[in-house]
Design a protein around this ligand. Structure first.
Ligand code: ADP
Ligand code: MG
Length: 558
């Protein structure tokens, strides 16, 4: 006997709304339907583990098939299935989510068991690409003799339901693809979507078959056709750090970015359960100063379902320079970007990551300083960028940010203060840090400063101008930076007890300055006649600090 009825929704016809507004990306229908198949499978495994399901689990592989002639996509699972009554409750009542109910019922026994859906609208995303959807299903609670259920709906609030013969437990969802969505009948397109959204789902997913070559007992090579499993159901990040070797981490990096040949510098395995759930592995890539760093390499997952790889505005900007995976049950799956940006859990997660990154860097700095120094050139942009853009990170990184000298030694700000106390403090008590950004071009100035017993830093990062501005502005450290060629030494580090002895007359000085000034660009440089008995040079051409910094910052576009 077949029944028909109306799907109970408040709006008279929800489908046009779903089609237009629910998801900006029509392609996520596949993610939603496969997520449901994964949920159904996970539920069955949970029931088996607590002894409620006593039958054979059998092969739980989910399969995806396309049929160009019939214009269908079929998604099949061998999970819990549904009874007619469950279809009425979970499918016909749009937005009444069976996942929620399941979690509530079993949460004491099995935690939330990694159930993906929480919203109850996922299934209807099928109507973004199909003008008719069929369900063939049979519940794990039904006996072999009982009939399964067929449900059919053509995208209006009306549906038809009738019993069918079905041997196996589980569900087949058949989408009759509409004429404006035929792209999804192309094999390459489905493969692309499976790769994007399902790459690390926890249940094996088959799409078609592939040929492999194997050796038989006699060592003869034979070709074999086997199911093509498109996902890796147990990616590294869901394992315990203690189960993984360094090689495992590197291999997983290669799995994520098959096209990148550089190895990551180091990695952080995230593993939190309280007060929010977060797992993942973050990799530090080498960031070359003059190359545009690659962003949007971090992939955000919810329970191994891909959500997005565009985390700008979601995590602090500097973190988008990292690579890897973050996964949280507490991140909503079906929401817009602006929602993600304002979500409280996402905010907590993002500040947790900032803290973990700072912890890792500090640990490396403390435990293996030499190694940290060796990596400095490749991570400095990341750290400097973090210091500039994220106050919390600044406070942490201030302690381990390194400042190399022209002779290749590395110091922290605290060490510099301690070492340079006697020679680099000006009248106001500021620590004056001389620096060079071009060892060859500023060679004479560097040499002169060193000869007078000064230490010169070598700061050549594209963020240097911004960073030293910030360090001076913060005032906590009472710092002042001066480039070696920004003025005569005695002006760069003015001391109280300076006695000046003039050897030239005022007229001689004026004549000399005019002569030199004729030959340099007055916009950029200042000419000063050295009239100190302590100086070897008769005159100095300098580029005032502020003019140069302005120029550099403008070049940087900030
Ligand atoms: P959600 O997954 O957020 O609960 P959906 O609209 O995706 O919402 O699905 C609604 C409900 O339909 C699910 O909670 C589940 O009870 C049921 N369902 C959907 N697909 C399947 C399936 N393949 N096997 C068993 N039940 C399913
Ligand atoms: Mg769902």
């Amino acid at each position: 006997m077949s029944t028909s009825g109306r799907i109970s929704v408040t709006a008279d016809n929800i489908f046009p709304i779903i089609k237009k507004f629910l998801y900006s990306d029509h392609e996520i229908f596949l993610r939603e339907l496969i997520s449901n198949a994964v949920d159904a499978t996970t539920k069955l495994k949970t029931l088996a583990s607590i002894g409620e399901f006593k039958g054979e689990l059998g092969d739980l592989t989910i399969s995806v098939k396309t049929d160009k002639n019939k214009k269908t996509i079929t998604i099949s699972d061998r999970g819990v299935g549904m009874t007619a009554d469950e279809i009425r409750r979970y499918i016909n009542e749009v937005a009444f989510s069976g996942a929620e109910e399941f979690v509530n019922k079993y949460k004491d026994k099995a935690g939330d068991a990694g159930i993906i859906g929480h919203f109850g609208l996922g299934f209807y995303s099928a109507f973004m690409v199909a003008d008719k959807v069929e369900i063939f299903t049979k519940s794990w609670t039904q006996t072999d003799e009982e009939e399964g259920t067929h449900w059919e709906c053509t995208g209006t609030p009306d549906f038809v339901m009738k019993p069918i013969e079905k041997k196996d437990r589980g569900t087949d969802i058949v989408l009759h693809i509409s004429s404006d969505s035929t792209e999804f009948l192309e094999e390459y397109r489905i493969r692309e979507l499976l790769k994007k959204y399902c790459r690390f789902l926890p249940v094996p997913i088959q799409f078609g078959t592939k040929e492999i070559t194997e050796k038989d007992e006699k060592g003869k090579e034979i070709k074999k056709t086997v199911p093509d499993i498109v996902n890796n159901p147990s990616p590294a990040w869901i394992k315990k750090p203690s189960e993984l070797t360094h090689e495992d981490y590197i291999n997983f990096y290669r799995e994520l970015y098959p096209l990148s040949f550089e190895e990551p510098l180091f990695y952080i395995h995230l593993n939190v359960d309280y007060p929010f759930n977060l797992t993942g592995i973050l990799y530090f890539p080498k960031i070359k100063p003059l190359m545009e760093p690659s962003r949007n390499k971090i992939q955000l997952y919810q329970n191994q379902v891909f959500v997005t790889d565009s985390l700008e505005g979601v995590v602090p900007e500097f973190l988008t320079l990292l690579h890897g995976v973050i996964d949280s049950r507490d991140i909503p799956l079906n929401v817009s970007r602006s929602y993600l940006q304002s979500d409280a859990n996402v905010k907590k997660i993002s500040s947790h990551i900032t803290k973990k990154v700072a912890d890792k860097l500090e640990e490396m700095f403390k435990n293996s300083r030499e190694d940290f120094e060796q990596k400095w050139n490749d991570i400095k942009i990341f750290i400097e960028y973090g210091m500039l853009s994220e106050e919390k990170f600044y406070e942490r990184a201030r302690k381990f940010a390194l400042f190399p000298t022209t002779d290749g030694k590395f110091h922290t700000l605290d060490e510099l203060r301690k070492n340079l106390m006697d020679r680099h403090i000006d009248k106001e008590g500021h620590l004056v840090l001389l620096y060079a950004s071009d060892k060859d071009g500023q060679y004479a100035y560097i040499q002169k400063a060193k000869d007078s017993g000064h230490t010169v830093l070598f700061l050549d990062s594209p963020l240097t101008a911004h960073l030293i501005n910030k360090l001076e502005y913060k005032q906590d450290d009472k710092l002042r930076f001066a480039r070696v060629d920004a003025g005569p030494l005695d002006q760069l580090i003015p001391k109280k007890d300076q006695t000046k002895l003039s050897i030239l007359s005022q007229k001689q000085k004026d004549d000399l300055r005019d002569l030199v000034a004729k030959n340099v660009d007055k916009e950029k440089f200042t000419v000063r006649v050295e009239d100190l008995s302590s100086s070897d040079e008769p005159f100095l051409i300098t580029q005032p600090e502020f003019m140069r910094r302005m120029k550099e910052m403008n070049m940087m576009g900030g």
